[in-house]
Design a protein around this ligand. Structure first.
Ligand SMILES: Nc1ncnc2c1ncn2[C@@H]1O[C@H](COP(=O)(O)OP(=O)(O)OP(=O)(O)O)[C@@H](O)[C@H]1O
Ligand SMILES: [Mg+2]
Length: 252
């Protein structure tokens, strides 16, 4: 069985047989506002503070200032760990939708597949430099969804996703990659990224009458005795917490 990496999220390790599998790629799937970015920040921050495993955050849709101030709400001082050279932030927002729209307005040539492909290779290269610079063991890419806006053609999009996920798998780090679900249903089709990764965790908001509940589920975790139940989680002042033994609705 593979070595485990603490998730940094109370209750989550219990669902996945002790932690994320080391050096693998895990996909965090969820709708808007489900806490994907917070969970990923928590994984990196706790990894540094508790496990002495340095981390790199690659953002495709948020500025560094925004990310740092969001994380500060939970007492996670990313500026400090960056200064201590335990953490590095890669601003890849140029790959985002807004950047793409600007490029389309001003630079026709950037539409070519070659141009786009180069930008993924460049991203992986930047990431490698950061990883070796601080000897990082953990990486987050937030969010693939931003990349998907850029590659609207399904084949180009698949190539970009495969390239990025395969590159991450070769970097010798444990990676979390987030992506979005446009709509949720019990019989949804699996996203193509889900077949490429080692594990898939789904975060969602459920509605029952006037009550809403946040629910998390391990959809896949190769090589682990994962608990496949849909269980509640919360976002509070310490970040994300999972409750593997609580009912989804009703009294807590
Ligand atoms: N201090 C806090 N206490 C409790 N809940 C919070 C706190 N800060 C943010 N939240 C909740 O966390 C959610 C946002 O988390 P996060 O940004 O990680 O979501 P996300 O899934 O990354 O969203 P997006 O798809 O927009 O990127 C919101 O629903 C917000 O209500
Ligand atoms: Mg987010």
């Amino acid at each position: 069985m593979s070595e485990k990496v603490d998730t940094g999220v109370p209750g989550l390790d219990d669902l996945i047989d002790g932690g994320f599998p080391r050096d693998r790629v895990i996909l965090i799937v969820g709708g808007p506002g489900t806490g994907k970015t917070i969970l990923c920040g928590q994984f990196l921050y706790q990894g540094i503070i508790k496990n002495q495993e340095n981390g790199v955050f690659v953002s495709l849709d948020e500025s560094k200032e925004h990310f740092y101030s969001e994380m500060q709400q939970f007492g996670w001082d990313f500026k400090k760990i960056e200064e201590e050279r335990k953490f590095a932030y890669v601003d890849a927002t140029r790959m985002s939708r807004v950047a793409m729209l600007k490029e389309e307005l001003y630079k026709e040539e950037s539409r070519s597949l070659r141009g786009k492909q180069l930008s993924i290779d460049q991203l992986v290269e930047d990431l490698q430099v950061k990883i070796s610079g601080i000897k990082a063991k953990r990486v987050v890419v937030d969010t693939l969804a931003a990349l998907n806006y850029r590659f609207q053609d399904p084949i180009q999009r698949r190539t970009a996703n495969v390239d990025l996920i395969e590159s991450l798998a070769d970097l010798g780090v444990t990676s979390l990659v987030t992506t979005e679900l446009e709509h949720l249903s019990l019989e949804r089709d699996a996203l193509e990224e889900e077949f490429l990764v080692h594990g898939v965790i789904m975060m969602q908001t459920l509605f029952s009458g006037a009550t809403t509940t946040r629910a998390i589920q391990v959809e896949k975790m190769r090589g682990a005795k994962a608990n496949p139940s849909l269980v509640p989680y919360s976002i509070g002042q310490n970040g994300v917490e999972v409750f593997p033994n609580m009912p989804l609705f009703g009294k807590r």
